[in-house]
Design a protein around this ligand. Sequence first.
Ligand SMILES: *Cc1c(COP(=O)(O)O)cnc(C)c1O
Length: 458
Amino acid sequence: MNGNELLRQIPKMDELLRLPLLTGTSFSSAELLRAARAELALLREELTGGTALPSSQELAARVLVRARESSVMGLRHVINATGIILHTNLGRAPLCADALAAVREAAQSYSTLEYDPKLGARGSRGTHIEALLCELTGAPAAMAVNNNAAAILLALATLARGDEIVVSRGELVEIGDSFRVPDIMEQSGGRLVEVGATNKTHLRDYEAAIGASTAVLLKVHTSNYRIVGFSGDVPLAQLCTLGKQRGLPVVYDLGSGALLAGHAYPFTGEPTVPQALLDGADLVTFSGDKLLGGPQAGILLGSAACIASMKRNPLARALRLDKLSLAALEATLRLYRDPQRAMQQIPALRMLTAGSTELLQKAQNLRSQIEALGARCGLEVLAQSMQAGGGAVPVQGLPSAAVAVLPQGCSVAKLERALRLAQTPVIARIAEGRLLLDVSTIAPEELTVVAREVAQAL
Ligand SMILES: *Cc1c(COP(=O)(O)O)cnc(C)c1O
């Protein structure tokens, strides 16, 4: 049979859709039609490429699989068993209950987004969170935009367009997925003037680089790596003194760190927002998800004059936060008014502060559940050291615990893949020939699901 004859043998659309396999489903006729069209188009290609014609039954089964696949949400729940708390690819921070409620309320009805009921007139969309940010950090003025990259872009475009931005060579960080902070900075229209060496920058390096067209001194918190050994940077406070002497604003890209300098906070040694302001930074920027455990957002804190000029920049409109993120951000910030409550209720903070005993117990629990389901594998509970992730807190080594699974009857790679493709995908990693399920990032109510998916995969 030549190609054309083969193509003529493909079942007609209406014949295909009348097959019993496709008539009693819960899919709408539009969904089935779309899936059938796509499968028939694919089949034509396959036949032209020399593949044998499948039976009508097989074809109908393929249509059903496609309809099923396209009916699930692309953006959906996965279980994070990586131990990386602020995992950028997995959405960074799960929101706290208050934030979820606030998002729902703002989403399902009209809101006070830009309306002040007391005045009966237009209000500013930022007021609700700006007051909170100032209250919590001691900043004179505040503003929130889409993310920290947007915050940096807005800051530099406002303060340094057409001029020079002096920054240490050791602080030009890549955040992941080949996103480099310097590339964003250059989009501002400012020119980066790199000073110092990769491992060491001195105050005199900044001094020597300042010229007539210098507009900003920039410092970046190298939040996702450390240069150790023969290294040194200029502390923020010193850079701020230099900025004041020369009449230049100092912008500090904190990225992540800590909002409060509280005793309960686990990241001892991480820079805090209030300290950065006390050190004299004219502008501090950071991520709402990395630093607060809230929604994606970029926070700008600084002098009233600085923030006011950024608000006047037309870019601010393009980079502004949407109402859902604003709602989540306000609810999250409100929790920080009581640090103890923030620790208990913000999932990322709760994970970061879980003790090793609690985590080992959780791992034991997961192990027992997998065992109880009779999964064919070796199981061992391991003490681990976890990562905050998202380019945050690189060398903290907080305690964690994992269940190591050694499958019998299939390869560890196959198990890892099966879990990724499960109905609720479980994202785990392979280490030394075993699958590691880190429990620090698994919610208690997810443990049963993980156990079930592991048993099913095996
Ligand atoms: C994460 C990070 C950024 C980018 O922040 P986003 O909120 O992801 O846009 C910029 N600078 C530093 C230092 C960071 O850690």
